[in-house]
Every structure is written in C-alpha cells, then in structure tokens.
Design a protein around this ligand. Structure first.
Ligand code: G3I
Length: 337
C-alpha cells in the first residue's frame, strides 16, 4: 500500500505545495516531493534577477526544469514572482548613461518581461504572484519606497496585474506579502487591495506568506486576516509557510530564551501547537483557502538558516533533517475528516 502524504490527507481541503529549486527536482528529493506535495513554487528560479539578468537575455533553464517536472507528474505550479524590489536586476531601472529610466520606459520593460515569462508558461502555471511585498512595513506610508515606486508610483502594481492578465487571462493573479496577520500591516494591505479593486485591477487572490513563528500569529489574528481578505472577494493562499522557533521581533522573546537556542523539546512542543492551530484554522476556512505552500522541504536546509542571525540554525518545517515527519506532521494530518 502506498504511504499517504500531506497532499492525500488534505485532498478534500486544498493542494499542499512546496518551494523548490531546480536542484530539488533533478535529485533524489523527487521521491519525497511526489509523496508529500501536489503543487510547486520555484523558490528563486522565476524571479526577475535569475530569469531575466540582462535586457535581451533570459535564463529559463531552472524554471523550465521545475515546470517540466511538474507537468510530467501532474503537479500544480504557482509562479513566483513577476515584480518585486529584491532579486531584481539593476539594468531594468537604468538608462544607457546609468541614470534612472522614465516611468514610460520602466513600464514598457515590465510589460515585456511579464509578457515573455507568463506567455512561456501559459497553461502550465495556474497562479502567479504578480506583485510581491509592495506594502511598507512602516505605518507612515502605504507603499514601500522602492525604485518601482519612486519611478512609477502605484502604477507599477496596476500595470503588472493588467499585463499579466492580458498575457494569460486564465491565470489566477495574486498579491503576495508577509506579516499580513499583524493588525497594522494587515490594514495597509487591505487598503491597497481595496484601492486596486476600485481601479478594477484584475487582482484575484491574496498570498499570505506565512513566515510565522511559535509566537505569532494568534488564532484570532489569523482568522480575522483570512476573513477580511476573503470579504473583498479574494481567494486566499498561504504561500510560504514555515514556523520559526525564534521570534521575529526581539521583544516577543521571553527573557529565559537565548538568541541562538538548541531545538529543545519545549520549543518543539510550542511549534507543534502552533502548526496544529494554524492548520485547524485553515481547515475551518477551506471555502476561502485554495492552497497552502511550505517554503522549503525539510529542516535540513531552509532559508531561515543564518537568517536574520548569522550562524543560527532553524527548524521551521514539518520534516526533520533526515526527511522524517516530526510530531507536528502527525498532529497536522491526524484530524477528524
Ligand atoms: O544563486 C546564487 C549563487 O550563484 C551564489 O553563489 C550564492 C552566494 O550567496 O548566492 C546565490 O543566490 C542566493 C539565492 O537565494 C539562491 O540560493 C542569494 O544570495 C540569496 O539572497 C537568495 O535568497 C532567497 C531570498 O528569497 C532572496 O531575497 C531565498 O533563497 C528565498 O527563499 C527567499 O524567498 C523569499 C520569497 O521570494 C519572498 N518572500 C520572502 C522569502 C524569504 O526571504
């Protein structure tokens, strides 16, 4: 009998995805991936920097490898992402003299980029993170003061969605961001979504990244977040889930805990409780949630190793460094159907 995986336990709820590199899908990780997941997100391969390093040069190799693997095995793919302030190549903002380009030129380049990438994977990528992390963390302004914003104002967001929709009218288009459960940031992301809706921008979903910790979010904040975005008519996906054993904010750390801590049974227990809670909320909202994706495969390697504290290991996923399910895994899958 075939062993069940996350995707099987959750088949009546939503697809369960994972962020991957091309290396993951070309290595012995494939057995594990195919057993547990039915959706993939390229962790880095489709970002503008890696995929479009120069104006007339695209590098599709890694992105193609991921999409081809998904096609062969009937996995869904979420595209990530079309417009962001990080991992963006320098050339896109620069004119021939090294100065900044005009808004018209930048939007034209954005259009070419989006048309080329979206068109290449049309019919193979069902959802795109069109704009990533455009809302500021600081409450004094709505939008992050990136070069995109400095040159285009809010129009880079409006246009990115319009271009993506034109390139693939069937793709589900997401705005994706982090800390969306914190009431202050949530309010600002909601404000942006309302503005886009009022402008008839084809934004169809909200990606809650879900880079959480054993300290946050609370059940109430999570529930309220899912509900308030769904109330705007957006489908909700958890796009980059992990549960750090360290707090994101120093002030959330109890005095007894150190900056760098061993993965003690107590921390693992708290993490287990947090995973149980968030999946309970996801299941209760299955009408609103159309996907849950983990950010990396196992605790062997995660983007949280050394981030934001160099030299610090983290253990944020449901599988240990030997690809074995942790207790939290069993608590997430053993629920009453
Ligand atoms: O590919 C180069 C390699 O050639 C070079 O030798 C090496 C040396 O540092 O760097 C490699 O690039 C790294 C890349 O990951 C691939 O491993 C970059 O330095 C590194 O900055 C990059 O980090 C990624 C990060 O986004 C970039 O900001 C993480 O892997 C990726 O997990 C992370 O993902 C983001 C989401 O896209 C958006 N939400 C937040 C999330 C976590 O930051």
């Amino acid at each position: 009998q075939k062993q069940m995986g996350l995707k099987d336990y959750y088949k009546n709820y939503f697809p369960i995805g994972v962020a991957v590199s091309a290396h993951n899908v070309l290595s012995s990780d494939t057995t594990f991936i195919l057993q547990q997941f039915n959706s993939l997100t390229p962790e880095n391969a489709m970002k503008m920097g890696p995929i479009h390093p120069k104006e007339n040069e695209y590098n599709f190799k890694e992105a193609d490898a991921i999409v081809n693997f998904a096609q062969r095995h009937h996995l869904k793919v979420r595209g990530h992402n079309l417009c962001w302030h990080e991992q963006t190549p320098d050339w896109i903002f620069k004119d021939a003299n090294g100065g900044l380009v005009s808004k018209e030129v930048l939007l034209e380049r954005l259009k070419q980029h989006i048309f080329t990438v979206v068109n290449r994977y049309k019919g193979k990528i069902y959802a795109w993170d069109v704009v990533n992390e455009a809302v500021d963390d600081d409450s004094t302004r709505l939008l992050r003061n990136s070069l995109w914003y400095q040159i285009c104002g809010i129009d880079f967001i409006v246009k990115a969605f319009e271009y993506a929709h034109e390139a693939d009218p069937n793709a589900i288009l997401f705005y994706n961001d982090y800390n969306t459960e914190r009431p202050e940031k949530r309010a600002r992301v909601l404000q942006l979504m309302q503005q886009l809706k009022a402008l008839k921008v084809p934004v169809m979903g909200i990606g809650l990244q879900g880079h959480w910790s054993i300290y946050e979010p609370t059940q109430t904040d999570l529930q309220q977040t899912i509900q308030s975005f769904a109330a705007l008519g957006l489908q909700v996906q958890i796009t980059e889930l992990d549960v750090s054993i360290y707090p994101w904010e120093k002030k959330l750390r109890p005095k007894t805990e150190k900056d760098i801590d061993a993965y003690t049974p107590e921390l693992e227990h708290k993490q287990d409780e947090q995973y149980k809670m968030v999946f309970k909320v996801f299941r209760a909202n299955k009408q609103k949630i159309t996907g849950v994706t983990f950010w990396n495969l196992t605790d062997r390697t995660t983007w949280l190793d050394n981030y934001p504290v160099p030299g610090r290991k983290n253990y944020p996923l449901l599988f240990d460094a030997n690809y074995q399910p942790k207790k939290a895994y069993w608590d997430v899958v053993n629920f009453k159907q």
